[in-house]
Design a protein around this ligand. Structure first.
Ligand code: ZN
Length: 422
């Protein structure tokens, strides 16, 4: 009995020693190839990102006295359509769930048997008007409604539109509609460039493709990596426009862009929340969660898939992530950056970059908004996970579309100049 007990204890000791040795070897190997395991974080302002139920809008065509309205297309949001009097109709717009930012997104079509002039009241029972209406006859070409036919009511809470309708469908939306299939079509078009690879990295909760563009020229090993994100928040289409112009500038055939693609690898995730976009959500995914609060524990499929894709890609090819750019929209153009006491790998890239944009655009001054790590957002995650520089590139909801493009092209060129010479 004594001997057996002694032997068992020695076996245990030996197994313990073996596992320590194994741990040291694995750690050494990981260190050797610069592998970075995906880490989780407790943020100063933690968020509960477990699923929170959402309400699905009823998909239908409303029909009242020869006037029709519908939400039967991707990116639509119309929760009710009722008649107030002979010429006034109420358009009710509700969020996917609450609490939620007051960013009521709407998109619907309207038509009638006979030519008519109608007044539409955009009613947001739980929020305040944000997006200036855009009109389209085909769902592709848009222009803002003439200001003579638009006014805010109820102290800016709701809005009135005057429109002419006939048998052709008139599209009315908070922003130009850009669905998950539009993003795929754009990405596939971009991927006809020889330096771009189109990838499906996984599926959303409702089985839509989560897509990526992998951009580089030549040997991929050991290149430093830049990551670009867009559409965590469904209606933030102006940020998406900036992302598109930014990526297209990187793919131009000039010395700067081609040197940049030789030196760096760029991973682009153009559509992080395809379900939320196609369901016409104000902000969340189908888990009912703000994806840009889930970068601590990755409870939502979309964030989990993207962070794994970034970490695995970087590890596989020994790519060091040096910069993360996340494109969003808000009331005005600005840049959420880090406070000056935070020193990411390529510090002080941000100051030089914004100065370059400032110098290149005489009528514009970048609005720098430095923040410390607080909420579990992608910007903070790039810094914590990789010690990377990271900036949230915010575009105003109503910033002139031509200027969005011009500024994004300038921003891409200024980034490339700094990094090519690094
Ligand atoms: Zn956003």
């Amino acid at each position: 009995m004594m001997d057996l007990a002694k032997q068992t204890s020695e076996n245990k000791k030996s197994n313990h020693f073996k596992s320590i040795l194994l741990y040291i070897i694995i750690s050494f190997l990981m260190l050797g190839c610069g592998s970075k395991k995906l880490k989780t974080y407790t943020f100063p302002n933690p968020k509960n990102t477990s699923n929170h139920p959402i309400n699905y809008q009823e998909k239908k065509t409303y029909q009242i006295d020869g006037v029709f309205a519908d939400n039967l297309f991707d990116g639509a949001r119309l929760n009710n359509f009722t008649k107030e009097n002979d010429t006034t109709f109420i358009v009710t717009i509700l969020p996917e769930n609450e609490p939620i930012n007051s960013s009521p997104y709407y998109a619907f079509r309207i038509w009638s048997k006979e030519i008519k002039q109608l007044t539409l009241q955009l009613n947001y029972p739980t929020a305040k008007h944000r997006y200036y209406p855009k009109l389209s006859l085909d769902g592709k070409h848009w222009k803002p409604i003439d200001s003579a036919y638009f006014k805010l009511i109820d102290s800016g809470k709701n809005a009135l539109l005057t429109i002419s309708v006939d048998t052709g469908k008139l599209w009315i939306a908070a922003q130009e509609i850009n669905t998950s299939s539009d993003a795929k079509n754009w990405a596939k078009e971009v991927a006809t460039h020889k330096d771009v690879r189109y990838k499906t990295i996984g599926k959303s909760v409702l089985n839509r493709d989560l897509i990526a563009l992998d951009i580089y020229n030549g040997e991929v090993k050991n290149k430093e990596l830049i990551v670009i994100l867009s559409r965590q928040h469904p209606p933030e289409v102006t940020g998406y426009f900036a992302m598109q112009a930014f990526v297209e500038e990187i793919l131009k055939n000039n010395r700067l862009a081609s040197d940049f693609r030789k030196k760096y690898r760029i991973l682009v995730f153009p559509m992080l929340n395809p379900d939320g976009v196609d369901l016409g959500h104000w902000r969340h995914n189908v888990g009912g969660i703000d994806l840009n609060r889930d970068w601590a524990y990755y409870r939502q499929t979309e964030v989990k898939t993207v962070v794994n894709a970034i970490v695995d890609t970087a590890n596989k090819s020994k790519n060091k992530v040096i910069l993360g750019l996340d494109f969003h929209s808000t009331q005005q153009d600005l840049y959420y950056t880090f406070t000056d006491d935070m020193h990411p790998t390529i510090y002080p890239f941000k100051d030089y970059w914004l100065q370059g944009i400032d110098d290149a655009l005489p009528t514009y001054t970048p609005d720098d908004r430095p923040y410390a790590v607080g909420d579990p957002i992608s910007k903070a995650w790039f810094f914590l996970q990789f010690n990377a520089e990271s900036i949230t590139y915010e575009v105003g909801d109503e910033t002139a579309r031509e200027f969005i493009k011009l500024k994004a092209e300038v921003a891409a060129r200024e980034m490339m100049k700094l990094l090519v010479l690094k």
